[in-house]
Write a new protein. Structure first.
Length: 367
C-alpha cells in the first residue's frame, strides 16, 4: 500500500501501513509531524522531489535532517527503504545516494553532540516499548552534565511516557517546572534548604522531561524553547544568591565582604563562561565541549546548575550550607579559567593554520 500526503514541506509518500502506535500516535502521524517540524525550521525539498517514509519502521529524526540536506539521499536497512528525498514517483531503492545503515556505521549528530549508530527498527507491538525507550535515549545529548547523563534518565523516561499518555504538551510540563523553580528560590531565601532542594530536584528532572517529550512526540514550539532555555539561562544565579540569603536562618550568615566576593564570583563567572562558550560557537561553528575529548569530559562537571547542586547537596549533608556556597564560588572560578584557557588554545591552533575540528567529526570520518 502507498499513499501520498501533502505537508507544508511538500509531498510525502508513505509506504505500507502500520497500526502500531508510538508515543501515543500512529507512525504516519509521527512522520507527518516530523515533516511539518522540518518545514517550520526552514527546511525545503528540492524541486521535483518528495519525501519517502516507510511506515513499517521507526527511525532517528537525524536521518530526516540528513536527507533534507542532500537531495537524492535514501537511507535503507537490509535492503528496505526507510526514509529519503527522491525524485517524485521514482523507485526509492534506485536513489543516487542510497545508504544502507545495516552495516553498523555511526553518524555524528551535531544537534545532540554525539556519535552513534542511528536508530532504525521495525515497529511492531512487540518492539514498541523498546523503540520508545531507544528514541527517548536517542534524544539525549551525548555531551552534558553528570546528573542529566547518569542519575535521572530512567525517572525522566517514566515521566515522559506518563506525560505522553496524558496528552500533556511540553509547555505544560515546563510551566509546572518553572513554578517549582520559583518555589525553590523562595524556600532557599528562607533557609528551608532541604524542602527547596526537593522542589529544585523535581524541577531539574522536569527540565529534562519537557525537552524529551517535545522531541519524542515532535511537538516542540518556538515559545516552548524560549521558556525552556530562557529559564535555564537566567535562574541559576538567583538560586545561589538566595541560598546565601537563607544562610542567616542557620546562623551561618556570611560577612558582607565574603558574600560580595561569592556573588561576584558566581554571577560574573557564570556570565563570562557563557560568553566564552558563545565566542567559541560563533568563531568555530561548534560547541566548545565537543572540540576534544577533554572538553566533553569536563562538561560533565563544569560549573553549571546541576554539578553545582551536587556541591551544595554534599555540604548540606554535613550541615554546612555556607561552605557549599563558598566551594561553588571557587569551582565557578576554576571552570571559568579552564574555559578561558581552552578558548585561547583554540585561537592559537586556528592562527597556526590548523582547522578546529570536533573529535566526533574525526571519529566519524575514520569509521
Amino acid at each position: 500500500m502507498m499513499q501520498t500526503i501533502s505537508t507544508t514541506l511538500g509531498p510525502v509518500r508513505l509506504l505500507g501501513e502500520n497500526a502500531t502506535p508510538i508515543w501515543g500516535m500512529s507512525n504516519a502521524e509521527r512522520n507527518r509531524r516530523m515533516a511539518e517540524s522540518a518545514a517550520k525550521n526552514g527546511s525545503t525539498l528540492a524541486p521535483g522531489h518528495e519525501l519517502v517514509f516507510n511506515l513499517a519502521y521507526a527511525f532517528d529524526p537525524l536521518l530526516l535532517r540528513l536527507v533534507l540536506e542532500t537531495p537524492g539521499t535514501m537511507f535503507a536497512w537490509a535492503g528496505q527503504p526507510i526514509v529519503g528525498q527522491v525524485p517524485a514517483g521514482s523507485d526509492p531503492m534506485k536513489a543516487s545516494g542510497l545508504i544502507d545503515l545495516s552495516d553498523g556505521r555511526k553518524l555524528y549528530n551535531r544537534q545532540l553532540r554525539k556519535l552513534e549508530q542511528p536508530m532504525v527498527r521495525e515497529l511492531v507491538p512487540q518492539t514498541r516499548k523498546a523503540i520508545e525507550r531507544q528514541s527517548y535515549f536517542g534524544a539525549y545529548k551525548g555531551v552534558t552534565d553528570l546528573l542529566t547523563k547518569y542519575l535521572w534518565p530512567e525517572l525522566a523516561l517514566i515521566l515522559t511516557r506518563i506525560a505522553a499518555q496524558l496528552k500533556m504538551t511540553p509547555n505544560m510540563v515546563s510551566v509546572i517546572g518553572v513554578t517549582l523553580c520559583l518555589v525553590a528560590t523562595f524556600l532557599f531565601a528562607k533557609g528551608l534548604f532541604w524542602t527547596g532542594f526537593l522542589c529544585g530536584f523535581i524541577f531539574m528532572v522536569l527540565d529534562t522531561v519537557d525537552g524529551k517529550l517535545a522531541r519524542c512526540t515532535i511537538t516542540s514550539s518556538k515559545w516552548g524553547n524560549v521558556i525552556d532555555h530562557g529559564v535555564d539561562l537566567v535562574h541559576p544565579p538567583f538560586w545561589w544568591y538566595f541560598w546565601g540569603v537563607g544562610l542567616t536562618y542557620w546562623g551561618l550568615g556570611l560577612s558582607a565582604g565574603t558574600f560580595t566576593f561569592i556573588m561576584t564570583a558566581v554571577i560574573a563567572g557564570y556570565i563570562l563562561q557563557r560568553l566564552i562558550e558563545g565566542m567559541f560557537l560563533k568563531d568555530f561553528k561548534m560547541d566548545i565541549h565537543v572540540w576534544r575529548p577533554f572538553d566533553s569530559q569536563f562538561r560533565l562537571i563544569t560549573a553549571r546548575r546541576n554539578p553545582n547542586m551536587v556541591i551544595l547537596f554534599v555540604a548540606l549533608l554535613f550541615g554546612r550550607p555556607d561552605i557549599g556556597l563558598i566551594a561553588l564560588a571557587w569551582w565557578t572560578i576554576i571552570s571559568l579559567v579552564v574555559h578561558a584557557v581552552r578558548l585561547a588554545q583554540a585561537y592559537i591552533v586556528h592562527r597556526s593554520g590548523r582547522p578546529i575540528v570536533s573529535w566526533m567529526d574525526e571519529a566519524e570520518a575514520a569509521a
